[in-house]
Design a protein around this ligand. Structure first.
Ligand code: NZQ
Ligand code: ZN
Length: 394
């Protein structure tokens, strides 16, 4: 096991009706005024926003609201939120929604506490030194932003989707009531589950070859559990135990736990998806499924034994004649699983036909204009990235 630091400071309040505690939790933060930030309408339709507002009022907490966050959240609304919070003297942001709303809230938090254009921090031109406090009422098990140190924002100018990670942005608290996810469309349930799995899979496929028995067991168990739970939740959207399993896995898969003692993981699939999400506005988890097997087939020969372990322990594959064969069976099995939950395993299955020029452009942007390689299992340069997009388009 490699040396590591693990920091998961978010106060989790999990269970049915947990949202009733939101007023007290916000009050404990000692803030003057709260921005309730939300998405395109699901939280309004379900009555969740009213419940949140009532709880804040009962606790005597002043608030204003700003909705309209879209999946692949936009910089434009972030800037609007920053200006509104400055004008209104807001000092706490309460995200009511999924990863997109939480990420938009974190971005507003960065904008309120750091000098200049907030995009400069996402573009890696500057390093943030603070983030205004954010809390979350989670409505979808997926991105894990409720406990992660990340925020991912899309800049409409050039349609660049970029992430910013820092400890300042960890949520102060996360309220997780699995019943809030009963209303999710099946596609979002599946896409969310795929993202949860990918956060652990990115960490599992590391470049280092050190013993990681406990971390591997945690990762493999989480993956088996999510596959079982998402299948059950798709069959019966009101299966509480399945929804609860998914919601807790969303947080555990991206708060660092399943990567302790590794080198931090690969993350190439996420980088490949970010270009698709930025340009074509695809659901994040679906975009990951569309590229994962092409990435896996490209890099697997560098360490077939690792993929064979994954095949046997996660996908339940019978070992073949050698690691290479077992590894390939595992990748096939994961593709079949993604298909079984309605996820794409090729880019064209999302209704996107990439031309040669499109693939070159995506690869160019993904390699930060040919200045970086992505991934650690096998670092991929611009040409290799292009080859993965090409394979994923067949
Ligand atoms: O906007 P509303 O109307 O709420 O609809 C949303 C949205 O259309 C809907 N939804 C959410 N909860 C619902 C619901 N519909 C019915 N009932 C509910 N209870 O679901 C749709 C997707 O919501 P979104 O917040 O976009 O989903 P998700 O949590 O998957 O977040 C995706 C974003 O997070 C980023 C992704 O790139 C993407 O931009 N990520 C953030 C990470 C982080 N901060 O750590 C890590 C991830 O790897 C990821 O990159
Ligand atoms: Zn993700």
């Amino acid at each position: 096991m490699l040396d590591f630091e693990y920091h998961a400071p978010t106060h989790v309040v999990f269970g049915k009706n947990a949202v009733e505690k939101v007023g007290t939790l916000v009050k404990e933060q000692g803030c003057k005024k709260v921005l309730i930030h939300y998405g395109g309408g699901s939280a309004k339709r379900s009555g969740l926003l009213d419940r949140v507002a009532q709880s804040l009022e009962a606790a005597g907490v002043a608030y204003i609201q700003l909705g309209g966050v879209v999946p692949n959240p936009r910089l434009g609304l972030v800037k609007e939120g920053i200006a509104l919070c400055r004008k209104e003297g807001v000092d706490f942001i309460l995200a009511v929604g999924g990863g997109s709303v939480i990420d938009s809230s974190k971005a507003i938090g960065y904008g309120l506490t750091n000098e200049g254009d907030v995009w400069d921090y996402y573009a890696k031109k500057k390093v943030p030194t603070a983030c205004a406090p954010v809390g979350a009422v989670l409505t979808i098990a997926a991105a894990g932003s409720e406990m992660s140190n990340s925020s991912v924002i899309t800049n409409e100018d050039g349609w660049l989707k970029r992430g910013l990670s820092s400890e300042y942005s960890r949520c102060k608290f996360a309220i997780m009531d699995p019943t809030l996810t009963y209303t999710l469309p099946a596609y979002q349930t599946a896409s969310g589950a795929a993202d949860i799995m990918m956060h652990t899979m990115e960490r599992y496929f590391t470049a280092v070859d050190v013993p990681m028995n406990l971390t591997d067991n945690l990762a493999e168990g989480l993956l088996r559990s999510v596959m079982k739970d998402v299948t059950a939740a798709l069959r019966n959207p009101e299966d509480y135990e399945a929804r609860a399993g998914l919601m807790w896995a969303s947080s555990l898969s991206h708060n660092g736990l399943t990567g302790c003692g590794t080198d931090g993981g690969d993350w190439a699939s996420h980088q490949l998806e970010h270009e698709l999400g930025g340009k074509y506005d695809v659901a994040h988890g679906a975009g990951l499924c569309a590229v994962w097997s092409s990435w896996a087939r490209t890099v697997m020969p560098a360490n077939p034994a690792r993929f064979a372990k994954f095949a046997v322990n996660v996908m339940g594959v019978e070992p073949g004649a050698d690691d290479m064969e077992t590894a390939n069976r595992g990748i096939d099995a994961m593709e079949a699983f993604f298909q079984s939950i309605g996820m794409p395993t090729r880019i064209n299955q999302m209704g996107i036909t990439l031309s040669e020029e499109d693939m070159r452009e995506l690869a160019h942007k993904c390699s930060f204009m040919n200045t970086r390689k992505i991934g650690k299992f096998v670092p991929l340069d611009r040409e290799a990235i292009y080859e993965v997009y090409k394979l994923a388009s067949k």
